[in-house]
Design a protein around this ligand. Structure first.
Ligand code: DGY
Length: 323
């Protein structure tokens, strides 16, 4: 039987690439460089499946392929706001993602950022590495206590719930939730959480706000200057969702002028480019999109793509079909 041909846009963990090669006729982007629209169009014309990820901008330009051979975009990653839904539908493409398997690790990184920002960990490390530490003193790098504070979670899907689990059961935090749809009271009860009606209602009540909603046009600049003004002056904003959810210029202003106490970011609008306004903020912790960056999660994401491909080419609806 002829194996379906698949194109993988970035290098994946070796164990997954090996399994993929057993069942499919695989072509890898061995240079592991992000692909431009013409290269993505070529891939869509040439292979039965394209396996993209967050660094592939599959907008109108890349998806302008009326004669596409590919019938599935099996995305490596849970977020798929880099894929234009309307264009993918017009081409009749099936799109899948990789939920569940990265939820714990992404929540771990959100916790990491929350703790680092509150306890000024990056500032401390910079001071130490620069040879500027003059020793312990009662007033040195005073941060903010995390335990027992109020955490607002915007977007209460799998990752938001993992965040609530850590914050409530590990750090005794009070949890407030904002979510598009009503959350099952049994789920809220697991974290003694309360759902509020809107982002505007949530923000003024929280010491920490963590974003776990999808990206894309609907949530672009959900956190803007007006909403940053609604936060407490001693509160912190954490974003492990998507860069476009936060207006970065407004965030830099808020950090610079002490509208809020600090922030932690793992994702950026237009990453890997970093808005220079952000780079100058001392009360900002920045990580390079590490949410799912563990061996366990990255392998599990790859195997989940394989499950989706296997279903698709066996004529079944893939378990993680999103389009
Ligand atoms: C995702 O899966 O959407 C992540 O952002 C990639 O780690």
């Amino acid at each position: 039987m002829v194996k379906p041909s698949v194109f993988v846009t970035r290098r994946w963990p070796a164990a997954v690439e090996a399994r993929l090669a057993e069942d499919y006729d695989v072509v890898l982007n061995t240079g592991d460089k992000p692909l431009a629209a013409p290269e993505l169009r070529d891939a869509l014309k040439t292979y039965d499946a394209v396996l993209p990820t967050v660094t592939d901008k599959l907008g109108a330009e890349a998806l302008d392929v009326p004669q596409a051979r590919a019938r599935i975009l099996a995305n490596y990653g849970v977020g798929y706001s880099h894929i234009d839904e309307g264009c993918a539908r017009d081409l009749g493409l099936t799109v899948t993602n990789t939920p569940d398997v990265l939820s714990e690790c992404t929540a771990d990184i959100a916790m990491t950022l929350m703790l680092m920002a509150a306890r000024r960990a990056s500032e401390g490390e910079r001071e130490l590495r620069n040879g500027q530490w003059s020793g312990w003193r009662p007033t040195h790098l005073i941060g903010t206590k995390v335990s027992g504070k109020t955490l607002g979670i915007i977007g209460f899907g799998r990752i938001g719930q993992e965040m609530a689990k850590r914050a409530h059961h590990g750090f005794g935090m009070k949890i407030l939730v904002q979510n598009r749809s009503a959350v099952d009271p049994k789920v809220l009860a697991q974290f003694n959480a309360t759902q509020v009606d809107s982002v505007d209602v949530l923000l003024p009540q929280c010491d920490f706000v963590s974003l776990h909603c999808p990206g894309g046009p609907a949530n672009r600049h959900l956190i803007n200057g007006r909403r940053l003004d609604l936060m407490k002056q001693d509160a912190f904003l954490i974003n492990t969702a998507r860069g476009e959810v936060v207006d970065e210029h407004a965030l830099a202003q808020a950090l610079w002028f002490d509208v809020i106490a600090g922030a932690g970011l793992d994702v950026y609008d237009g990453e890997p480019r970093i808005n220079p306004d952000l780079a100058g903020c001392d009360n900002l912790v920045m990580l390079p999109h590490l949410g799912s960056a563990t061996r366990e999660a990255r392998e599990a994401m790859g195997f989940r793509v394989l499950d989706n491909l296997d279903d698709f080419f066996a004529g079944r609806t893939p378990r993680d079909r999103v389009i």
